[in-house]
Design a protein around this ligand. Structure first.
Ligand SMILES: Nc1nc2c(ncn2[C@@H]2O[C@H](COP(=O)(O)OP(=O)(O)O)[C@@H](O)[C@H]2O)c(=O)[nH]1
Ligand SMILES: [Mg+2]
Length: 455
């Protein structure tokens, strides 16, 4: 998970609150120190950390107890809300308001512009928009081929001219063609540092492009130095936002996120890996929710929506939460989840699952296995599918023969089914958490954690 260390220490801080007998000043002081330590380790600016913890402390000591909350819940809620505010509050969504909506990516060498162009392209095309990309980087000989290759994988057309050295001319050459698209992504050249020459090039190019969004792409590994870079790009190139990449590879990501959220160029997306799907809109509420291990139903439902029709997603979600699913549902659920991305990431977003640390092999569902399972299920009777517990040894033999698989394969599927069922039971009432209610609260709070009951 992104910022795993920061998340782990914040989680253990919250557990301290959950376990404490009294919420008093001593506990609050301890909590504030823990939060400070966690954020400083993530390279967040010292002054900002102190401002935040002062705010948390003041609120915790002074704020009246809202009806229906315990002191502990109130405290957790304050930490959550202040952290969200700290990271930019509501977040800054990009709305595609006109056609073509032009997004220009700028930044220094190696920060991930070209990779991000493809990620952004896929992000919008998944939302049903027609996307085109253009390479104007004439500094790196391989830049055009790199984008073409990426574009091929995600079926997005890429324009460019390897022989032309002037980025403005390249854009002009394809300008009329780019008008066909809903969204046009313009990749640009970088330099080792923000030089006069780069500023001039980008401003000239933008005069021709007139981009609706100019996004700075910046690697999370710079930590709090991101602020300086974002400010410099904002002043010289009038950027409208920041995309922080490589959040997966550094402990300093927290510093970079916070640093940019206080500039006039807020973080709009984050990159969380090298693959084209390792990319998400930056929504502070969801992000903090996940860091604190509260899960993130909103993000999960959103991803689910991309993968399948809305009602189907809802049905599946409901069945899943009730623990009322049979083999067919399991299959559909696995298939849907594999479409959403690596299962581990999906599971992290389900409230409660974040803390479970599920074994890796349980999460690795490969395409091949899914196919085999489909064969097995095709050989089951309707009754067997609806009541998998009725499948005894004889039936296993029969199903294996009928599906051209082995008894071991059938048993594996049944084991997976039982494990999933157990997992769901674990999260059901009686274990201290009423999932249904919790879900409702999550939905009511639009991703906020509201008054989630602590054990
Ligand atoms: N781990 C990780 N690597 C990334 C991410 N984004 C980009 N990279 C890698 O960073 C390197 C530079 O990326 P590139 O897009 O060529 O950067 P550019 O010079 O700004 O266009 C490549 O090896 C990418 O795979 C990310 O979010 N996570
Ligand atoms: Mg590049």
């Amino acid at each position: 998970m992104v910022l795993e260390k920061l998340g782990d220490s914040l989680k253990s801080t919250l557990q301290k609150i959950a376990k404490s007998v009294f919420v008093d000043e001593k506990l609050i002081n301890e909590l504030v120190k823990d939060i400070q330590r966690a954020l400083l380790q993530s390279d967040v600016n010292v002054q900002l950390v102190f401002d935040l913890t002062k705010q948390i402390k003041e609120k915790a000591l002074k704020e009246k107890l809202p009806a229906g909350l315990t002191r502990r819940e109130q405290l957790v809620n304050i930490v959550y809300e202040e952290l969200v505010k700290f990271l930019g509050g509501e977040g800054h969504k990009i709305e595609v308001k006109k056609k073509p909506f032009k997004i220009m990516l700028v930044g220094l060498f190696g920060n991930g512009k070209t990779t991000t162009a493809a990620k952004l392209g896929k992000f919008f095309s998944k939302r049903g928009l027609k996307v085109g990309m253009i390479q104007t980087d004439t500094w790196r000989p391989a830049a055009y081929d790199q984008l073409v290759q990426l574009g091929k994988n995600i079926k997005i057309p890429v324009f460019g001219n390897k022989k032309e050295k002037d980025p403005v001319k390249i854009f002009k050459e394809f300008e009329s063609e780019l008008k066909r698209f809903d969204v046009t992504i313009i990749d640009t050249a970088g330099r080792d540092a923000l030089s006069k020459d780069l500023i001039e090039e980008l401003n000239k190019l933008n005069k021709a492009v007139k981009a609706d969004e100019r996004l700075l792409v910046i690697g999370a590994d710079v930590g709090q130095a991101a602020e300086k870079q974002a400010k410099a790009f904002h002043e010289s190139c009038n950027i409208t936002g920041v995309i922080i990449t490589k959040m997966d590879g550094t402990a300093k990501g927290g510093g970079a996120l916070v640093a940019c959220s206080v500039t006039d160029a807020p973080v709009k997306f984050i990159g969380v890996g090298e693959k084209v799907d390792d990319f998400e809109e930056f929504k502070p509420k969801n992000f903090v929710g996940r860091l604190l291990g509260m899960g993130d139903l909103e993000a999960l439902l959103e991803k689910a929506k991309e993968a399948m029709p809305e009602e189907q997603a809802e049905d599946l979600g409901k069945k899943f939460l009730k623990g009322e699913f049979n083999l067919v549902d399991l299959y559909e659920q696995m298939q849907a989840m594999s479409k959403m991305g690596p299962l581990g990431k999906v599971v992290e977003m389900i409230p409660g699952f974040g803390q479970l640390k599920l074994p890796k092999d349980m999460l690795q569902v490969q395409e091949g296995k899914l196919k085999k399972w489909r064969f097995i299920m095709d050989s089951c009777t309707k009754k067997e599918l609806e009541d998998p517990d009725s499948i005894d040894r004889n039936r296993i033999e029969r199903i294996a023969k009928g599906s051209g698989t082995t008894p071991a394969g059938v048993r594996e599927l049944l084991k997976q089914y039982k494990q999933s069922k157990k997992m769901v039971k674990f999260l059901k009432p009686g274990k201290g958490k009423d999932m249904q209610k919790m879900m409702k609260k999550f939905q009511g709070m639009k991703g906020g954690m509201g008054n989630v009951k602590l054990k």
